[in-house]
Design a protein around this ligand. Structure first.
Ligand SMILES: Nc1ncnc2c1ncn2[C@@H]1O[C@H](COP(=O)(O)OP(=O)(O)O)[C@@H](O)[C@H]1O
Ligand SMILES: [Mg+2]
Length: 358
């Protein structure tokens, strides 16, 4: 298998990414990580297969976001392959706008991914609270997503789940993409129908086979949603949404800036051979669009441009920017909880070492 990085934790010092940027130490979670190493502090989010919990590593004292996935749910929803590739891909990524992973482990009931804690909440919550974002705020967030997608695509990874729920804001106000549950390493096309209805590109709905172009389409949806406060294609049920996507008619509210309308239309181009980002110039074409004029991407990736929103955080584990979730310990297993019959070996790969490319 592919890619770079992660053979267990290297000792000491900052790690450097492909752009020469230093990343702080994520902390040592030990050679044989397990749930009892952690004290659960709070719930950050609910996922498809379980919760994401704010945890404190008892030995190193650091806080992490622990993504807990119930094996029975993963199997029931036929996502075994996806969780393996989620872990494998997340383990390899090192980028200022992508959530890092410190390690992973499993027990009888669950799979666990130990993630860098991003404390400022989901972009989704900030957007809903604000109603919509200004042109400048949207531009700043979109630019960070473009840089992250450019990085992923340079590694032949398509992300496939771009939406405000998967974009987190850190303590300073910069974005981090989380949730690589649908990410896939592909050089050509792939066929699995996955993603979130409002954000699906027409070629996914039509099962034509899809590639990196779907992320640029989703960027168009995201841009629209940030600027308008609602997505471009919506309906009460997914079928209605799909019909509108396939119809391909995009109406931008009048308050959209002219250059914003232009980039939205060029990203929400049904014909992927004409879609911005999916052309020869790739992500660079997107960066060069008029809407981004004057935005210094090099300074942005170094986090030298002040973020548009700095979240209110009163202490390092202040979860006020996340939704409140009722208490639950439903992933703890216990008597009467379902077990997978005949599933031996299904999750072995989850504990393996992620191979390096070089
Ligand atoms: N690293 C993180 N730091 C803080 N919160 C997180 C982190 N990762 C995920 N979350 C929260 O948990 C939610 C669900 O996690 P996600 O990985 O998106 O799960 P799923 O694949 O089931 O959608 C996110 O929308 C977010 O609110
Ligand atoms: Mg998610």
């Amino acid at each position: 298998m592919f890619l770079k990085r992660l053979k267990g934790k290297k000792d000491g010092g900052p790690e450097q990414d492909n752009y020469g940027l230093a990343h702080g130490d994520l902390g040592d979670i030990g050679a044989s990580p397990k749930l009892s190493d952690y004290e659960v502090v709070d719930t950050l989010g609910t996922g498809t297969f379980g919760r994401v919990r704010l945890c404190r590593h008892r030995a190193n004292g650091r806080h992490y976001a622990l993504k807990i996935m119930k094996k029975t749910e993963v199997v029931r929803l036929k996502q075994v392959e996806h969780v393996h590739s989620e872990r494998r891909i997340q383990a390899t990524l090192l980028h200022p706008f992508i959530v890092r992973m410190a390690g992973s482990f499993q027990d009888t009931n669950n799979l666990y991914m130990v993630l860098e804690l991003v404390i400022g909440g989901e972009l989704f919550s900030h957007l809903r609270r604000a109603g919509r974002f200004s042109n400048e705020t949207s531009r700043m967030y979109a630019a960070q997503v473009v840089l992250a997608l450019q990085h992923l695509h340079s590694l032949d990874i398509i992300y496939r789940d771009l939406k405000p729920e998967n974009l987190l804001i850190d303590d300073k106000g910069y974005l981090k993409i989380t949730d690589f549950g649908f990410a896939k390493e592909v050089t050509d096309r792939t066929w699995t129908l996955c993603g979130t209805p409002e954000y699906l590109a027409p070629e996914i709905i039509q099962s034509k086979g899809h590639g990196k172009g779907v992320d640029w389409w989703a960027l168009g949806v995201l841009l629209y949603e940030m600027l308008a406060g609602y997505p471009p294609f919506f309906d009460e049920n997914p079928f209605g949404i799909y019909q509108k996507i396939l119809l391909g008619r995009v109406e931008c509210p009048r308050h959209f800036d002219a250059n914003a309308k232009d980039i939205v239309r060029r990203l929400l181009q049904s014909d992927r051979s004409k879609r911005l980002g999916n052309l020869k110039g790739g992500a660079d074409d997107v960066k060069r669009s008029k809407w981004f004029k004057g935005l210094d991407f090099d300074a942005l990736i170094k986090r030298e441009i002040p973020p548009p929103i700095v979240p209110e955080i009163r202490h390092p584990v202040d979860t006020r920017n996340f939704e409140v979730y009722p208490d639950s310990d439903d992933e703890s297993g216990g008597a009467g909880s379902p077990v997978i019959v005949g599933g031996e070996g299904l999750f072995d790969e989850f504990s393996g070492v992620v191979e390096t490319k070089t």
